[in-house]
Ligand binder design. Structure first.
Ligand code: NAD
Ligand code: USQ
Length: 406
């Protein structure tokens, strides 16, 4: 297949592009490199040394003989360029990663809220609009989030996208329907993914676009079989308070002797997936497209759930790290239970990689190797969800005086 990977320079997009290229697909990365600019804005860099996208694709060709093409396009702003590219290239499939994906970054200030909404909603809408306008028959696979559901299973497992409901009609009968699971975003970023869902629903119904939405959990790990092939193919690794995600952050904190930064009581339960499974799920989704006229296909792309403080305790046992219970910068429940259905990927052949499989140690090794590139002052989470939370954070950049609040 000819596959356009939008956002293919990012943490999940890069290993996905290599995985798909390795399978023999003709891969075209489209990216505006905004994530690299955000590193500059925040004054932080990937823990792992990333080369330019052109150099990465050159090394991939040198190592494998395969070409991954790169096109510099801002899909939120360059609508005409995107439309022209799609019309000229007629991809069979499009994988859409190209959004601002950090909840804390989306809550940093009013400017960051505007940027995240404008970028993400325009990116998705421009893409759908251009697909209809060019008349291309591509299957769109979008990376969404488990966060569209909120993080509570209210005593019943969260279904894969659709909730069966019975509505009482005027003559007292019960009309059965399946509706999108009620959206319950916990940040401006997560809200944009809820808006994406409605855009997909409309375009699938009105224009018969074939769309798969992957509600993904928190991705952890860094290497895949392809990124391991050469030092210059290494994946990016975010550890800072805005872009680093919880499990990867705890692992690098343990590696460098920084207390594990648990928010509140650590009672939040979240869904997780290893990067190797993430790229495999995208392959599986590409091989199982819906038909024109079908409703949006939705998968829960996660393999296990864990409570944040249990992860911290696990890593403490594994490495001897200390745990710091900190004021929570986010507005989220102190404790939640989360049970999620994920049979659809299992049925398509996914064999999940779990936390037990020695891969936690792999991330600790990556952190020890590149510790010299890490700025400890970028570790604390500084982004408060509301103005009244901000003064309570009392950020300690060096992590020397972190105190337990429990
Ligand atoms: P990332 O920030 O590393 O990568 C996103 C890429 O998209 C970057 O290379 C960025 O430059 C590009 N991009 C952003 N806006 C663009 C635009 N307007 N035009 C062109 N390119 C643009 O993020 P990631 O961690 O690789 O996540 C990829 C996708 O998967 C996101 O949509 C995210 O919401 C979703 N997701 C990620 C995780 C996770 O834990 N990382 C979990 C669930 C879902
Ligand atoms: N947390 C800590 N300590 C930290 C960092 C986070 O306790 O140092 C807590 C947070 O308060 C939160 C949980 O860990 O309760 C998860 O935070 P996170 O930053 O790991 O994940 P999140 O903000 O939800 O976002 C990440 C990705 C996003 C994706 C989402 C999937 O950045 O792109 O959509 O995971 S999900 O969480 O399933 O919605």
């Amino acid at each position: 297949m000819k596959i356009a990977v939008l956002g293919g320079d990012g943490f999940v997009g890069w290993p996905t592009s290599l995985h798909l290229s390795d399978l023999g697909h003709d891969v075209h990365i489209i990216d505006n490199l905004s994530r690299r600019w955000i590193d500059t804005e925040l004054g932080v860099q990937s823990l792992t040394p990333m080369d330019s996208i052109q150099e990465r694709t050159r090394v991939w060709h040198q190592e494998t003989g395969r070409r991954v093409h790169f096109h510099l396009i801002d899909i939120a702003r360059d609508y005409d360029v995107l439309k022209q590219w799609l019309g000229d290239n007629q991809p069979d499939a499009i994988v859409h990663f190209a959004e601002q994906r950090a909840a804390p970054y989306s809550m940093l200030s009013d400017r960051h809220k505007n940027y995240t909404v404008n970028n993400n909603v325009s990116a998705t809408h421009n893409l759908l609009n251009a697909m209809v306008e060019t008349g291309i028959d591509a299957h769109l696979v979008h990376l969404g989030t488990m966060g569209v559901y909120g993080y509570s299973s209210v005593g019943a497992a969260i279904p894969e996208g659709y909730l069966p409901v019975g509505v009482e009609t005027l003559d007292g009968e019960t009309a059965e329907q399946e509706i999108l699971y009620p959206a319950n975003p916990g940040s401006i970023y997560h809200m944009t993914k809820c808006l994406d869902q409605l855009l997909f629903q409309f375009y699938a119904k009105n224009d018969g676009l074939r769309i798969t939405d992957l509600h993904q959990g928190i991705v952890w790990g860094t290497h895949t079989d392809q990124t391991r092939r050469h030092e210059q193919l290494i994946n990016r690794f975010d550890y800072d308070g805005d872009y680093g995600t919880v499990l990867n952050r705890f692992l690098i904190q343990a590696a460098i002797g920084y207390p594990l930064t648990v928010h509140g009581t650590g009672g939040q339960t979240r869904a997780f997936i290893h990067i190797r499974d993430s790229v495999r799920c995208i392959e599986l989704a590409l091989n199982a497209p819906p038909k024109a006229g079908d409703r949006v296909e939705i998968f829960n792309q996660m393999t296990e759930t864990h409570r944040v403080r249990d992860l911290a305790e696990l890593i403490k046992r594994m490495t001897g790290a200390e745990i710091a219970y900190l004021p929570n910068p986010r507005k989220e429940a102190a404790e939640n239970d989360l049970v999620v259905r994920n049979e659809k990927f299992r049925a398509l052949g996914l064999n999940p990689t779990t936390l037990e499989e020695g891969l936690l140690e792999e991330v600790v090794e990556v952190a020890r190797r590149y510790e010299y590139r890490l700025d400890r002052s970028r570790i604390p989470a500084r982004s408060a969800w509301t103005k009244d939370i901000a003064p309570r954070l009392n950020v300690d950049p060096e992590g020397k005086q972190l105190k337990s609040i429990s």
